[in-house]
Design a protein around this ligand. Structure first.
Ligand code: PLP
Length: 489
């Protein structure tokens, strides 16, 4: 490095350090934390944060760290809200949980026990739903990749809805249906202007969706009963949702007018937000990285909640059909993140601290290997042991996997940490478990916490042996063979 560039580098760093405290104060976001009570957590002076009367610290002492904790009361509350009949309406919605969001059998079976069905996007998920005893008429099969064998199985079993992602799938559905000798209940996945498109769905704009319906209807082997639309882009506001539903309803009118098709099922997909989680805006991320300005916390009260979302869905569909004197279709919802996001938390411990010029690194035993979403979403972090201590020091909170990408929080103000302290990452119930990698470290255990404070294991932690259990070269065997050779020599 030249003398000049070194000088510029030093000057820049000094400038940042001088500006940081000024900017932190001048540009402080209105809200930097969501209160612990939002998740039903309580602060006990001697025990730290507790849930259902149980100190969280005790859970990691008992089960090990890191640890996923499923809060069953929250899970049941969300499932009830999705399935409630809104006041003044004749019926509510039928709910199918998106398996890929948190495919933990212990979580799925709680939902199924409450009458929630399965929304699946793969042959594996079909297998899992059937193994868990989900009746075929409580399964909706979506996604752009459906193996021949899984479509055959789905049709043989008589699943509730088989959704063609694109027109090209309809041909194979019809062929397999003819071979099986059953007429599957089919939908076409359509995409509106406001959500995801790309490989997902058949666009309404330009007429592709209408042509796909005409093609499906022309096949005697397919029973075209439904429409599927999953927005993809997360829904946080009423406007985002109503705009999407309006576009879908307008297309149902087109189907009625052009093809004389009256749908039995309107599947509005998922995409409703977890209110306490929000994508971190690019600008906020940069300010946090450069000037240690706190990342603004979302205001959960401002986000569209489950009950209001369900009411809107039912009211909009009912009034649209009532105006035309047509019968209201059944409404399906496929929540993922909104169902389980805020019903799980991830506990971990501070392994070590490393002090630097302008900050301290807190190196945890959990990182992006267990919490990929924290890289670009706001997730509340709590100091479990001393939640009330003033958050006075700025930490860069990182994980164990030896890559600069393993940064959970670039600059996070926390109470003073010491090795062994327990931290809680909130809202770990959507896309944490399925996106986890076993990069250098096995996966943590998952437990469920009941309302009476009792807990039970849903999935044990992976062992080292689990990591190599599928290998043809088994290190345990290799080691034994070597020992035998040494002994023989
Ligand atoms: C992923 C997915 C969902 C759930 O999405 P969320 O954003 O988690 O609610 C629902 N339906 C389909 C088709 C999906 O692919």
């Amino acid at each position: 490095m030249s003398l000049k560039s070194r000088f510029v580098g030093t000057a820049k760093r000094q400038m940042k350090q001088t500006l940081r405290p000024v900017l932190q104060r001048a540009m402080a976001p209105a809200r930097t934390e969501i209160p612990a009570s939002y998740w039903g957590l309580e602060r006990e002076p001697s025990q730290g944060l507790t849930l259902e009367g149980v100190p969280l610290k005790e859970l990691v002492e008992r089960w090990g760290s890191p640890l996923h904790v499923v809060h069953l009361a929250a899970l049941r509350r969300n499932a009830e809200r999705f399935q409630a009949v809104p006041p003044g309406c004749t019926a509510g919605c039928e709910v199918f949980y998106s398996y890929k969001t948190n495919p933990v059998p212990g979580v799925l079976s709680v939902l199924h026990g409450m009458g929630v069905g399965a929304e699946i996007i793969s042959a594996y998920e079909l297998w899992l739903a059937l193994k868990l005893g989900v009746p075929a008429d409580r399964i909706v099969y979506n996604g752009p990749v459906k193996s021949e064998a899984s479509v055959r199985e789905a049709i043989s079993q008589g699943i509730q809805l088989l959704a063609a992602n694109h027109a090209e799938e309809l041909g194979s559905f019809a062929r397999i249906a003819a071979e099986v000798g059953k007429r599957p209940r089919v939908a076409v996945r359509v995409s509106t202007d406001s959500g995801w498109a790309a490989q997902f769905g058949t666009p309404i704009a330009g007429g592709a969706a209408l042509r796909a319906y005409a093609q499906a209807r022309a096949s005697a082997n397919l029973d075209v009963v439904g429409l599927h639309a999953h927005r993809g882009a997360t829904i946080r506001t009423e406007g985002e949702f109503t705009g999407f539903v309006e576009a879908v309803l307008a297309f149902t009118d087109t189907l009625h007018l052009e093809l004389g098709l009256d749908l039995e099922v309107l599947d509005l997909g998922g995409s409703l937000c977890t209110p306490s989680v929000e994508h971190i805006a690019e600008r906020d991320w940069r300010l946090n990285l450069t000037f240690f300005r706190d990342v603004p916390a979302p205001d959960p009260a401002q986000a569209l909640g489950i009950s209001r979302y369900v009411s809107l869905a039912v009211e909009m569909v009912e009034s649209h059909y009532a105006r035309q004197g047509r019968q209201r279709p059944r409404i399906f919802l496929e929540p993922g993140r909104a169902m389980t996001g805020d019903t799980q938390l991830l506990l971990g411990r501070v392994h070590t601290l490393k002090s630097g010029e302008d900050r301290t690194w807190a190196v945890l035993d959990m990182g992006v290997n267990h919490a990929e979403c924290v890289r670009n979403e706001y997730h509340q972090l709590f100091h479990v042991d001393r939640p009330d201590a003033p958050a006075s020091r700025v930490y860069t909170v990182v994980g164990p996997i030896c890559t600069p990408g393993d940064t959970l929080y670039h600059a996070k103000r926390l109470p003073d940490l010491v090795p062994g302290d327990t931290l809680a990452i909130m809202d770990a119930g959507a896309y944490f478990v399925p996106f986890a990698t076993s990069f250098s470290y096995p996966q943590p255990a998952i437990i469920a916490l009941e309302e009476d404070g009792t807990d039970r294991l849903l999935r044990r932690a992976e062992t080292f042996e689990d990591q190599v259990a599928l290998d043809a070269v088994d290190p345990v065997q290799v080691n034994r063979a070597q020992q035998n050779k040494t002994e023989a020599a």
